[in-house]
Design a protein around this ligand. Sequence first.
Ligand code: FES
Length: 101
Amino acid sequence: MRVCRHPILTFPEGKRILFSFEGKEFEGREREPIAAALLAAGVRVFSRSPKYHRPRGFFCAAGKCTSCLMEVNGVSNVRICVTSLDGGMKIRTQRAARGPK
Ligand code: FES
């Protein structure tokens, strides 16, 4: 599922690149948000609530909440809705408790 057409916005198509999510390889477009690449790959759960481990996905899509925090190339607490995808990125759901941000 990828938004390719929009009545107002344009989406320049970036070069196809490979990244990994939970150890599996996926294809995305260079410089698209990581969240967009994961949604296009069918991934809907980006994180879990700290206390009850409820699934969290896309929420604000603007870098203003904590719904999409993931581990990217070993760095925790990355907001993937506002972080661009690069080839070879290693993306994982976080397993540790969140630190202050
Ligand atoms: S979805 Fe809210 S910060 Fe990414």
